[in-house]
Design a binder for this molecule. Structure first.
Ligand code: ME8
Length: 508
């Protein structure tokens, strides 16, 4: 049976100022998508941009251009950044894409015909930067609870989605599917803070601006940007279109990767839209934490950011990927600073991984002219070491399914650390002095090469560039995911001129 996997990132608001925090959802999703692809799953990875709404209309007017022209430029910039980061998406959906616009219009009409969308009047508060409606009681010190900025009173004729009708069904679904909202703490927050107090029907159209998808049967209205944006996860697959093969194959999504501040939209509004459409819900929604600087989320408004390309230029793409994935434990926030990035590069990438590769290949060249086989001169110390190599993939598979990416890297680096310790414990330079220990010396080097080969296979999804280099250095054709276990019968002919994988960085 063919195995399928469908993973998505949020679609980003077009911004000229993408920062390293923005890259986080996309680097995680890309790494999981690469992992699943290499593990034999037919994988679909979706990302894109969320281009409608009042905020973009305002900004483009300030820039003196049409909104579409304004977003076109920014999208090119985003695509360039994703390319630099090695993001392997299958589709970059834009909410201005024709097929998306058409399907959102169909969805709106379908829900209206069904009676789940009805016309009324909206009076309330709106935060334009977040494109979010709020009630008085949800405000914090009279400001938007998400971004802390002022909200505006709006009063206009509008269409509403009957969230209240689905409240019970949603609550039951969340209770009976404990894996649906990850991590657990966010699930409790949604139930206790939002669902239990009672869901109010959601305003899903606006008339006070034009930059949005027009409601086909009432063209003064444009579709509320979150209804438009959330639908991307199914419109991208051809839902409601003549050719809906991808939709049939990949829906429901295996996981939506999103930041914690938009869990509410993905676990209340989105499931209810799907229930109203009689579609199955995504299997998981993972609300990850933020990269923060001095206690504040890295953000455009706070101004505490640099273009991520500056870090890629200075330290390499894999260091940026590794740092983002390793530094934020499952669901928590992680601190970002250039010092922390450098510390990770030095402590893990250069000292542990780079050092191991360098020492092992150096010794293979020095003692065996680069050709190493396995004379099987085993000793007790080899047993736990080989077992750890052999078990690694089962463990990383489990942790990937739990979305514990930082843990996956920690486990792989444990093997790399142990390999360095194995060198110190077996002291190959001492064995080399004794001709009768030649087989033992070769076995030790063989085991080390196996540790490097297996960890390298499993590191591929996270650090595609450096693992390609190591693969070339090892020059061994067992590089597929299914080969990620100890093999006692290989021959290594390693390179005689490895360059350091990562340079140690000295910075004042
Ligand atoms: O929310 N650390 O778009 P967006 C970690 N268009 N993640 C961060 C971050 C940080 N410092 N700053 C931002 C939107 N993010 C909507 C999504 S989906 C149907 C529509 C993450 O451009 C943030 O948590 O404001 C979110 O997941 C993503 O960047 C896009 O944010």
């Amino acid at each position: 049976m063919e195995k399928h996997f469908y993973i998505t990132t949020p679609i980003y608001y077009p911004s000229a100022n993408f920062h390293i925090g923005h890259c986080y959802s996309t680097i995680i999703a890309d790494s999981i998508a690469r992992y699943k692809r290499l593990d034999g799953y037919d994988t679909y990875f979706l990302t894109g941009s969320d281009e409608h709404g009042q905020k973009i209309e305002k900004k483009s007017a300030e820039a003196g251009v049409e909104p579409k022209e304004y977003v076109d430029k920014i999208v090119e910039n985003a695509k360039d950044l994703w390319k630099r980061l090695g993001i392997t998406y299958d589709r970059f959906i834009r909410t201005t894409d024709e097929d998306h616009v058409e399907t959102v219009q169909k969805i709106f009409t379908k829900l209206y015909d069904k009676g789940d969308i009805y016309k009324g009047e909206y009076k309330g508060l709106y935060c334009t930067p977040c494109e979010a409606f709020w009630t008085e009681s949800q405000l914090v010190d009279g400001k938007c609870p998400d971004c802390g900025r002022d909200v505006q009173e709006v009063s206009e004729e509008a269409y509403f989605l009957k969230l209240s009708k689905y409240q019970k069904q949603l609550e039951e679904y969340i209770e009976s599917h404990p894996e649906f909202i990850q991590p657990e703490t966010r699930k409790n927050e949604m139930i206790n803070n939002f669902i239990k107090p009672g869901l109010e029907d959601l305003c899903v159209s606006r008339t006070s601006f034009k930059w949005g998808i027009p409601v086909t049967f009432d063209t003064d209205h444009v579709v509320y940007v979150w209804l438009d944006a959330l639908s991307n996860y199914i419109t991208a697959l051809g839902y409601g279109q003549e050719n809906d093969e991808l939709f049939k194959k990949f829906w429901p999504a295996d996981v939506h990767i999103i930041g914690k501040e938009i869990v509410r939209f993905h676990t209340i509004i989105w499931p209810i839209i799907l229930m109203a459409l009689d579609l199955p819900l995504p299997k998981k929604v993972f609300g990850h934490g933020w990269l923060i600087i001095d206690g504040a989320k890295i953000s455009k408004s706070v101004g505490n950011y640099k273009d991520p390309r500056e870090y890629i230029d200075a330290y390499g793409v894999d260091a940026v990927r590794y740092f983002s994935l390793r530094e934020i434990p499952f669901g928590n926030d992680g601190n970002f600073s250039e010092e922390a990035l450098i510390a990770r590069i030095n402590s893990d990438l250069a000292n542990v991984w780079g050092n191991l590769v360098n020492r092992t290949i150096g010794m293979a060249n020095k003692y065996f002219e680069g050709t190493v086989t396995n004379p099987k001169s085993a000793e007790n110390i080899d047993i736990p070491f080989i077992e750890q190599i052999d078990d690694l993939k089962i463990q990383t598979d489990n942790k990937i399914d739990e979305l514990q990416i930082s843990k996956v890297l920690e486990m792989i680096f444990d093997v790399l650390r142990n390999s360095n310790k194995y060198i110190d414990d077996t002291a190959p330079w001492v064995l080399a002095k004794d001709e009768s220990k030649k087989d033992r010396l070769e076995t030790v080097l063989y085991n080390l090469l196996e540790a490097i080969r297996v960890t390298n296979i499993l590191l591929k999804p996270f650090m595609p560039e450096s693992t390609t280099k190591v693969e070339e250095y090892l020059n061994c054709d067992k590089t597929a995911f299914e080969d990620a276990k100890y093999n006692e019968n290989l021959t290594y002919k390693v390179t005689d001129s490895p360059k350091p994988l990562f340079e140690r960085i000295q910075k004042d």
